[in-house]
Design a protein around this ligand. Structure first.
Ligand code: R5P
Length: 322
């Protein structure tokens, strides 16, 4: 069996270290420099020859820099004769650009998938894509994980009486239904229209939420605009106890203080697919669950040629990381 060699770019070294702890392998060093003309140069500082290389890099801000680091890490691994390279992208941010919904725009989710392919990645491991069909943008094999079992395990320890799971939009209703099933709860969904990056309108909520406790499930929270709008609609339906859960807690700009100050929002639960931008902004009711064991287990199975899909049905890989 060839060795596993793991590298990280600058996007989220802490997650990479936690994944390596799960795998009991060292995080191999890399050097990333920026020249005076703004070009980036990546050097991998460990032997890759005939090894199974995993490059960990969520596409978080500054996204373009982190994408370029990932492409160059792969290019460097190819030049160093790696036997196989898997791009581990826990958060594939360009997935939100997945359709031509305005004239003369680029479908960047597809373009970036092509770039990763062109750089020579043999496989992609990712988590909770904005839309499941983004998987199909890649011509190379993709293992698409979700964090539903990690989130559900957390909520199972809570009082879930008279609680309903709510998706902010119909696009997320299927995922929310799956999550609600894991918790044996009913589900509802908002009818959402996006006006701009920061502004959405939720016209109404389909399903029985009146006077209930609510767990909101969204794949990502960026500006928090979606949540603020959803809370307004829920408030009108007599909801005053809301727990917000998401896989990718981007929390851009003032999202965290904004959400932390909403009285009805009792708790925010997210995962560590992305780094928290500023610890000082974190409200006390923010809980971050680690997906490092899940990603680590998927890497272990990819390396050994074992089934990854069984991770969805038999979550005995979930372990406490402390
Ligand atoms: C969008 O369709 C996603 O499901 C999320 O609702 C969205 O990305 C959240 O973004 P924001 O927090 O900026 O409203």
């Amino acid at each position: 069996m060839r060795d596993i060699v793991v590298f990280s770019g600058n996007a989220h070294r802490q997650l990479a270290e936690h994944i390596c702890q799960y795998l009991s392998v060292p995080l191999s060093q890399s050097t990333i420099n920026r020249f005076s003309n703004d070009c980036i140069q990546v050097q991998l500082n460990a032997n890759c020859r005939e090894t199974d290389v995993f490059l960990i890099q969520p596409l978080v801000p500054p996204v373009q820099d982190h994408l370029m680091e990932l492409l160059q890490m792969r290019d460097a691994a190819r030049g160093a004769s790696a036997a196989r390279t898997t791009a581990v992208i826990p958060y594939y941010s360009y997935a939100r650009s997945d359709k031509k919904d305005a004239p003369r725009i680029s479908i960047a989710g597809r373009l970036v998938a092509d770039l990763i392919d062109t750089a020579g990645a043999n496989r992609v491991l990712t988590m909770t894509l904005h839309a499941p069909q983004v998987h199909g943008f890649f011509r190379i094999p993709v293992d698409h994980l979700n964090a539903l079992h990690v989130l559900a395990r957390y909520f199972r320890g809570k009082d879930l009486a008279d609680t309903v799971v709510v998706s902010p939009d119909l696009g997320g209703a299927k995922e929310a239904t799956h999550f609600a099933r894991l918790l044996k709860l009913p589900v509802a969904a908002g009818i959402k229209r996006r006006i701009s990056d920061e502004k959405v309108v939720i016209d109404s909520i389909v399903g029985d939420v009146d006077g209930k406790k609510v767990i909101v499930l969204d794949e990502e929270i960026a500006t928090g605009g979606t949540l603020v709008e959803l809370v307004d609609r829920l408030r009108e339906r007599g909801v005053n106890h809301i727990t917000v859960s998401c896989t990718h807690g981007l929390f851009t700009g003032q999202a965290l203080p904004r959400l932390g100050s909403i009285a009805e929002v009792k708790e925010l639960v997210t995962t560590d697919t992305v780094p928290l931008s500023s610890q000082s902004q974190c409200p006390p009711n923010l809980t971050t669950l680690s997906v490092a064991p899940l990603l680590g287990e998927a890497i272990r199975r990819i390396h050994h040629g074992e089934s990854v899909s069984s991770l969805f049905t038999a979550p005995d890989w979930i372990v406490d990381t402390g």
